[in-house]
Design a protein around this ligand. Structure first.
Ligand code: FAD
Length: 384
């Protein structure tokens, strides 16, 4: 018997996408979000074609593409010399090769677009300011399935044994923004730029909606409080500065100039069960929070939500959940490996760095793009 009604914990990217994807299949949902309102949490997001094709299917891409930027390319640049090491073409090329756009935007822009669609949909009912603690929140209607879309610190995970646990990844993200009018000339206004150096990299891209550059420095680090968006202490700032010593002076002075930094220790989840064999399932970061080295966490949350809805629409719940886990696990595992490889390559030092630069220099853009076909060209179940 296909299901009729779902309970979703968390109104982040995965929870809101799940509500919309279920609704398209005639399944209603109640979403429980701890925050009293969905405010400007997070930073920039790169949305690759494997996710944007789902957003198109759910009817929200058109609005987004009016406000986001489709970068010309994703550039890898030496953090020392500022020389371009390689570039994957995006923009029009992405639309042609991967059949959907590659866009960059603020996370809040995406969340608000999803929220507007959920609010307008009579099959979706959002409860703000309801935090799931040790028991499930009171449902208005009995749910056939309970979906944990409650992020890396998921409470729902604690409801079944063998589920993943969060662990500190050994990496820290420092985020800041620079108004476009104040941005130095070496920041490309039309691309995503990743500046690479030993033990750190710095990702920069313009956010059209805010008129500023999103800047995220990711470094190895060893401080792990459970907090998002806290101000770094003097010691943490000094650690950041040390990671960038020897980098190009223009980048160092940019970091020094920006007093308003946010500090995010990056947590990931261990492997473990994503469903309880009955009616509870985890999606997005709750199931498999990963490092941002492949810029795919939100994209995986969107794919999860869409594919789960597809499976739930035509099978008994327990079967659908088992299929979901079996189907998604190999892709997530491969992406994690790709992220680990990117971390190794981006933060390389000494001879490994020299080898990396040589290999990248020899790779034509088309070959770099072909390496990404399995990520960006992926089509979720029933969009194929
Ligand atoms: C520095 C950085 C850069 C990134 N860049 C990219 C990128 O370019 N591209 C990309 O695809 N991904 C990127 N990601 C990853 C991406 O941000 C996440 O993977 C994605 O936001 C996860 O979405 P989610 O909905 O699963 O979880 P979340 O966004 O964490 O949402 C969980 C929701 O559940 C709610 N909640 C939590 N607990 C409870 C509770 N007990 N009761 C009720 N509600 C609860 C929370 O308030 C929240 O609204 C990046 C991540 C980082 C850290």
């Amino acid at each position: 018997m296909p299901i009729e009604h779902a309970a979703i914990i968390g109104a982040g990217i995965s929870g809101l996408t799940a509500a919309l994807a279920l609704s398209r299949r005639g399944i209603s949902s109640e979403i429980f979000e701890q925050a009293g309102e969905l405010t400007d949490i997070g930073a920039g997001l790169q949305v690759s074609p494997n996710a944007s094709c789902i957003l198109a299917e759910l009817g929200i891409l058109e609005g987004l593409s009016k406000v986001w930027l489709e970068p010309d390319a994703i550039r890898l640049i030496s953090g020392g010399s500022l020389r371009q090491l390689a570039a994957v073409p995006a923009g029009k090329f992405a639309r042609e090769r991967w059949g959907a756009p590659y866009g960059v935007l603020h996370r809040t822009t995406l969340q608000k677009a999803l929220l507007a669609a959920v609010t307008a949909d009579p099959r979706c009912r959002l409860h703000l300011g309801v935090r799931m603690v040790s028991i499930l929140p009171p449902f208005e209607r009995a749910a056939d399935v309970v979906i944990g879309a409650d992020g890396v610190w998921s409470k729902l995970r604690q409801f079944f044994p063998g589920s993943p646990s969060p662990r500190f990844s050994g990496n820290i993200a420092y985020r800041f923004t620079i108004a476009e009018t104040e941005a130095p000339g070496f920041l490309d206004r039309a691309s995503v730029s990743a500046f690479l150096g030993g033990s750190a990299h710095l990702v920069c891209y313009p956010l059209r909606e805010t008129g500023s550059f999103n800047m995220v420095a990711i470094t190895a680090g060893n401080i792990a409080p459970q907090a998002w968006q806290s101000e770094p202490t003097a010691e943490q700032r000094a650690q950041l500065r040390a990671r960038f010593s020897g980098w190009n002076a223009a980048i160092v002075s940019l970091l020094d100039r920006n007093r308003k930094l946010t500090f995010w220790p990056l947590f990931e989840t261990t492997s473990g069960a994503w469903q309880d064999g009955r009616k509870t399932v985890l999606i997005g970061d709750a199931a498999h929070a990963m490092m941002p080295f492949a810029a795919q966490g939100a994209a995986m949350a969107i794919e999860d939500a869409y594919e789960l809805a597809a499976f739930l629409s035509n099978r008994p719940v327990a079967e659908a959940l088992a299929l979901f886990e079996r189907h998604r696990a190999p892709r997530i595992a491969r992406l994690r490996q790709r992220g680990a490889f990117n971390r190794f390559a981006y933060h390389a030092k000494g001879p490994i760095r020299i080898g990396r630069d040589l290999v990248l220099g020899l790779k034509p853009p088309l070959s770099l793009a072909a390496d990404l076909d399995w990520i960006y060209g992926y089509r979720a179940a029933d969009l194929r």
